[in-house]
Design a protein around this ligand. Structure first.
Ligand SMILES: *Cc1c(COP(=O)(O)O)cnc(C)c1O
Length: 346
């Protein structure tokens, strides 16, 4: 039980004592000079977990996606993305501004482009149109409520892209949540994609960082982009040390977060005036629709906060709840109690 039940995001997880210990003890060097053994260990470990030859530790998921986009594409190309994807909505237009690429957002049912949609979105050879430079997919899908796609679905999309000689990037900020939920090795999801990023700073609870994985040649070019973007850090093994603990100790326990999210979602779905599509609650996110409109949604967020339960207003009438290691079963009961009390007054 925690004083405050913070369901706003899994980025709010605090580093574990074991992480702080590993950070204090980490062997470090200047990583821009290629001399930080702890960063190299994390990069090798991440690459191995994802079945790729090489890895690159970056400052954030946003930087990882940006570097991946600019490394795969040339200015003037187009990137095929889901309409609700993080790379399109939440990365401050980094790819268009820095990479000089155009985004091609496509509406999807669950956040995942189908092979047919990818086939339709890839541009033909025609003097009037941009060339397609990249297909970007997201797993788990944040704005669709932590939904997972399977390795087979990714393979089918990648086959269409690769047939047109277009590379595929996987934004796997929460890829390990998908792996745990579907009981599949993380590498299965990355097998058919040319690159993948995942965050150690979300449910895996490290304080900072993400890792990009891909071919040796891709990662070498990505490393130059990271330097240009100011992501060349020095004795950053201090941070990578926590990432190693995240990969070694924090993956399997994500299953607890999924159980908690499920119980929370089922409890909320049973309350009057709240709508939860339980089919989308597959990992650690529950998105709650508020039928009474925007003012009621704002009141609900405020009322919860007054009861020491923090939730995130995701849209005018939607609230996002994210479970993580700093939310336990008792906290879920307290959150449900807060929502029950507030909705009972409607
Ligand atoms: C959080 C997130 C990111 C970005 O990660 P940051 O470390 O916050 O920059 C990218 N993609 C998805 C799907 C995310 O949820």
């Amino acid at each position: 039980m925690h004083d405050i039940v913070d369901l706003r995001s899994d980025t709010l997880t605090l580093p574990t004592p074991e992480m702080r210990e590993a950070m204090a003890r980490a062997d470090v060097g200047d990583d821009v000079w290629g001399e930080d053994p702890t960063v190299q260990r994390l990069e090798a470990m991440a690459a191995q977990r994802l079945g790729k030859p090489a890895g690159l530790f970056v400052t954030s998921g946003t930087q990882g996606n940006l570097i991946s986009v600019v490394t795969h594409t040339r200015p003037g190309q187009e990137v095929v993305v889901d309409f609700d994807s993080h790379v399109f909505n939440n990365e401050v237009a980094g790819a268009p501004i820095i990479g000089q690429v155009q985004m091609r957002p496509t509406k999807t049912a669950r956040g995942f482009l189908s092979p047919e949609q990818v086939r339709e979105a890839i541009r033909p050879a025609n003097i009037h149109v941009p060339t397609t430079g990249l297909v970007c997919i997201e797993n788990t899908h944040n704005r669709h409520g932590g939904t997972c796609c399977t390795p087979e679905e990714i393979a089918a999309v990648a086959a269409v892209a690769h047939e047109a000689r277009v590379p595929v990037h996987l934004d796997g900020a929460r890829l390990f949540n998908a792996a745990v939920a579907l009981k599949r090795p993380a590498a299965d999801f990355a097998q058919h994609t040319d690159s993948v990023t995942f965050c150690v700073s979300k449910g895996l609870s490290a304080p900072v960082g993400s890792v990009i994985c891909g071919s040796g040649e891709f990662i070498e070019r990505a490393r130059r982009w990271r330097k240009m973007l100011g992501g060349g850090m020095r004795q950053v093994g201090i941070l990578a040390a926590a990432g190693i603990v995240a990969l070694e100790r924090m993956v399997d326990r994500l299953a607890e977060d999924h159980v908690n999210a499920r119980r929370l979602a089922e409890g909320l779905a049973a309350l009057p005036g709240l709508r939860v599509d339980l089919a989308t609650v597959q990992t650690n996110i529950a998105i709650v629709g508020v039928e009474r409109g925007a003012a009621a949604t704002a009141d609900l967020v405020k009322g919860c906060a007054a009861r020491k339960v923090k939730v995130h207003a995701m849209g005018p009438t939607a609230i996002r709840c994210v479970t993580h290691k700093d939310v336990d079963a008792e906290d879920i009961s307290r959150a449900l109690e807060a929502f029950r009390e507030l909705t009972s007054r409607w």
